[in-house]
Design a protein around this ligand. Structure first.
Ligand SMILES: [Cu+2]
Length: 154
């Protein structure tokens, strides 16, 4: 994530970097729990590819798209079934979108609800801290504005 766009994909933000950011951490999903991906793009057509789920959906500027799916096997189950201890579910851009294309690949970890809950326990929501900071700053701004307005009316 970039510092000049702390909340990520804000399409109206000129500092948005939609084609270079892929988290280094896997996307965690719970087995047998439906997932909805809301997909967008800022400037060029990308394509969300989920080869192990046999899914693909274009990411079109100005037209949000969605994919629904339900992972039915955990990553551990797949590692066992494929006899491949290195098996990982992949999410990648399936469209030759530009210079950042080859970096647009991430991994998905499908796990049990218990494993997911355990993972979540250790997570601190960065967006909440940023939002709090933004609200504090806007409140300060509002106080300044109120203060200025009060001075103006007196
Ligand atoms: Cu691409």
């Amino acid at each position: 994530m970039v510092n000049d766009n702390p909340l990520g994909q804000i399409w109206d933000d000129a500092a948005n970097h939609d084609d270079i950011y892929v988290s280094s951490e896997p996307m965690h999903l719970v087995v047998n729990k439906p997932v909805k991906l809301v997909i967008g793009a800022k400037d060029v057509v990308h394509s969300v590819g989920l080869p192990h789920f046999r899914l693909k959906m274009d990411a079109v500027p100005g037209t949000p798209t969605t994919i629904w799916f339900t992972p039915i096997k955990t990553t551990k189950q797949m590692q066992k079934e494929t006899s491949n201890p290195d098996f990982v579910y992949e999410i990648a851009c399936d469209q030759m979108c530009g210079a950042g294309h080859t970096g647009m690949r991430g991994e998905i970890l499908v796990e049990t609800q218990q494993e997911f809950d355990q993972w979540m326990k250790n997570k601190k929501p960065k967006w909440a801290a940023i939002k709090k900071e933004m609200l504090t700053n806007s409140r300060d701004q509002a106080l300044v504005t109120t203060s200025s307005a009060s001075k103006g009316t007196n």
